[in-house]
Design a protein around this ligand. Sequence first.
Ligand code: ATP
Ligand code: MG
Length: 369
Amino acid sequence: MATITLDQVRKVYPGKVEAVKGISLDIADGDFIVLVGPSGCGKSTLLRMIAGLETISAGTVKIGDRVVNEIDPAERDIAMVFQNYALYPHMTVYENLSYGLRNRGMKRDEIDQRVKKAAAILEIGSFLDRKPRALSGGQRQRVAMGRAIVRSPKVFLFDEPLSNLDAKLRGQMRVEIKALQRSLGTTSVYVTHDQLEAMTLADTLVVMNGGVVEQIGSPLDVYERPASTFVASFIGAPPMNLLPLAAAGDGYRLPDGTLLPADGYPQGKAAILGFRPEDVVIGGTDAFSLDFHVVVAEPVGAESFLHGKAGGAGIIVRVHGRTEARPGDRIRIGVPAARLHIFGTDGKRIAHGHISARDRATETQAALT
Ligand SMILES: Nc1ncnc2c1ncn2[C@@H]1O[C@H](COP(=O)(O)OP(=O)(O)OP(=O)(O)O)[C@@H](O)[C@H]1O
Ligand SMILES: [Mg+2]
């Protein structure tokens, strides 16, 4: 087992594409780190630099106490699982699993022991004699995992290993990979652009965007306190609602002109108001209350999504269970103060649950009742 330490790691590809722009990261021994971000943000590049499959333009990568910048991939004591599995088509499953060990000159008995053990863990023992083409996608994926396990490496690296599987199998394999990593305790770095996969697998989530790290934290921490509007809309499905706020006297003005008096901050400055679809309270709250115009009602079984407009901006509301709401309905919605997020116009988080806002109509109603 090992720690991984990245210090100001950069990658500039030929043609001056700066794919990774100076990333520093401390990965603890046994930690399961997930690098998540949109396509092209540099996840694979960063992983491949840790693996030694890509040269490092600047900065250092350490595995344990050793700087590995100039060390061959084979000498780094890592095992990588790829999206396309990279199995040898002409070899049987047994040969695929044992190939790397034979290459290292390991004794036949020891190889056999390791292969059988990995096969038992992954439940692939019954098709050790088959060639990869005679396996399903999920079975091939297990063989690829097995090939990583037999080596007992210090570090596992995964690059979107589940993206070729259908949704159900992906869900199953996700649970298995997590359980396996827990039981082996091997430091792991896992790349995905799927935020749900990232949330469920990670001990530590690293959200990347445009070659830089936007936020590092536990999945729930990142979900509860996104550092930017980018993270707020990337982590969570459906994404966080974001409404632009113009400064208006001691409060704010929403795009449709609705005024929100603000007891919190920042006052006199444009900002962005955020709240999660599931934090919306039908009927309004003391802190915040707006008219919501339902455009589409989407029942998906255990929950329903209402798409529509509030304050002149597009909003999604998540309702537990079924909903009676129909397109064209107008519903009063609110959000508890502690569930409001405020971002600056630069997208950076500035406050959490500080704003206490009600529109004038509610104030008037409150005054009359
Ligand atoms: N060999 C290369 N030469 C030049 N540019 C490259 C090379 N490989 C990747 N890039 C560029 O570097 C950037 C990061 O690519 P990378 O593959 O790391 O992204 P990613 O986050 O893994 O994306 P995806 O989710 O699509 O796999 C992209 O702009 C990509 O076009
Ligand atoms: Mg990639």
